[in-house]
Design a protein around this ligand. Structure first.
Ligand code: DP6
Length: 375
């Protein structure tokens, strides 16, 4: 019998992020370099996460990949780019995770005047090659993906603006409108926008640089009024660039637009910004609010979109207290209820970046390197 050679296994979880200053458009499709910087909030992994196990052994004959238990194509150019970049970093750092003698990280160049990127910053370059917005998930809290200037992309990396502990009252409600697959994928959609939308060009060159500075300040000062208003404005401008694309792209549907109107009625009733919406390349809404407004707004959503079937599973994630709505709020805000318009609400908050899973029983791959049967 052949001698058993050691198998290295590592399992990690990674979070989802939601942009408050949107990325839309590439200046380099291969390297995935954006036309503008973007800024996002990393969501807590107690509510949403991915889990990945990597296994390495000299005995393996080829690279293989399983996604949700199904074998997937390892030949995808983006995946190949990630594997190449990971191997390069592994050679640079060696097995112990320390810079090796052969290669100091500085040989990768000087990414910015602020000096070397952090280890997560370097890893964000790998994530970026998989999907642009994914690079912002390499850190927790509030994260900026800086556009960068270099043609090789070495300075197009993520940097943390503030950790997840910075704004403890901030809450996130994901309003799941439809399980349908999005009409036009973001990769294809943004390419058409770059090719045809003059508004997108103006946005990238003029609007976003100003908004990034402003948004960073609102976050640092925990100014929800400023943060919320700018979040809504940037989501709206992103969807305006989609309409300005030719042929136009529509990601919002009737329910999305009803949520937008509802948020504005709610804020108008209170006389200031209590909730802020943002939408990506699909109809689901992500709402930012503060902890003391969650129960009231969730009740407003429940009244506006009475659950069709799953009444008891309508609110998921972090607990939500009960709230009774004053008559004048009901009259002013809940206008024409749309039964079944929202499937469910997920209540979450900002959270940390990727986590190493210590418990070996959590590995998704067995000692043979093949997927373990799920329990
Ligand atoms: C609307 O990161 O999915 O969510 O880089 O082509 O993979 P690729 O695109 P992707 O685009 C995300 C667009 C967005 C806005 C954002 O997250 O910033």
């Amino acid at each position: 019998m052949a001698e058993e050679r050691p198998l290295a296994r590592v399992t990690c979880t990674a979070p989802v992020n939601i942009a408050v200053i949107k990325y839309w458009g590439k200046r380099d499709n291969d390297l995935i370099l954006p036309i503008n910087s973007s800024l996002s909030v990393t969501l807590h992994q107690d509510q949403l996460k991915t889990t990945t196990t990597a296994a390495a052994s000299r005995d393996f004959a080829e690279d293989r990949l399983w996604l949700n238990g199904e074998e997937a194509d390892v030949g995808h150019p983006r995946l190949q780019a990630c594997l190449r970049e990971v191997s390069a970093l592994a050679r640079l750092y060696g097995a112990a995770g320390e810079p090796s003698e052969q290669g100091q990280p500085s040989e990768q160049g000087q990414p910015s005047e602020q000096g070397q990127p952090s280890e997560q910053g370097q890893l964000s370059e790998v994530a970026r090659r998989g999907s642009g917005s994914a690079c912002r998930s390499m850190m927790g809290g509030f994260v900026q993906w800086q556009r960068g200037e270099r043609p090789d992309g070495r300075d197009s990396i993520a940097r943390q603006v503030a950790p997840e502990t910075h704004w403890p009252e901030l809450r996130v409600l994901i309003l799941v409108v439809s399980g349908e697959k999005k009409q036009v994928g973001s990769t294809a959609g943004m390419q058409t926008s770059v090719d045809t939308s003059p508004l997108l060009k103006h946005r990238a060159e003029v609007v976003v640089p100003e908004r990034l500075a402003l948004m960073t300040r609102h976050i640092r000062e925990r100014d929800f009024e400023g943060f919320g208003k700018l979040t809504m404005q940037d989501s709206n401008q992103f969807h305006a660039t989609c309409l300005d694309t030719f042929p136009p792209i529509f990601y919002l549907n009737d329910i999305s637009r009803q949520i937008i109107a509802l948020a504005h009625r709610f804020n108008a009733h209170h006389g200031h910004t209590k909730v802020a919406y943002t939408f990506d390349a699909g109809p689901n809404a992500v709402i930012f609010t503060l902890a003391d407004s969650v129960a009231e707004f969730v009740e407003v959503v429940r009244r506006s979109f009475p659950p069709a079937i799953n009444g008891d599973r309508f609110v998921r994630g972090l607990p939500v207290g009960s709230a009774s709505l004053p008559g004048e709020l009901l009259a002013a805000v809940v206008t024409e209820p749309v039964p079944g318009g929202i499937q469910y609400i997920l209540h979450t908050k900002p959270g940390p970046g990727p986590q190493l899973v210590d418990d070996p029983s959590q590995h998704l791959l067995g000692a043979d390197g093949l997927p373990r049967r799920s329990p």
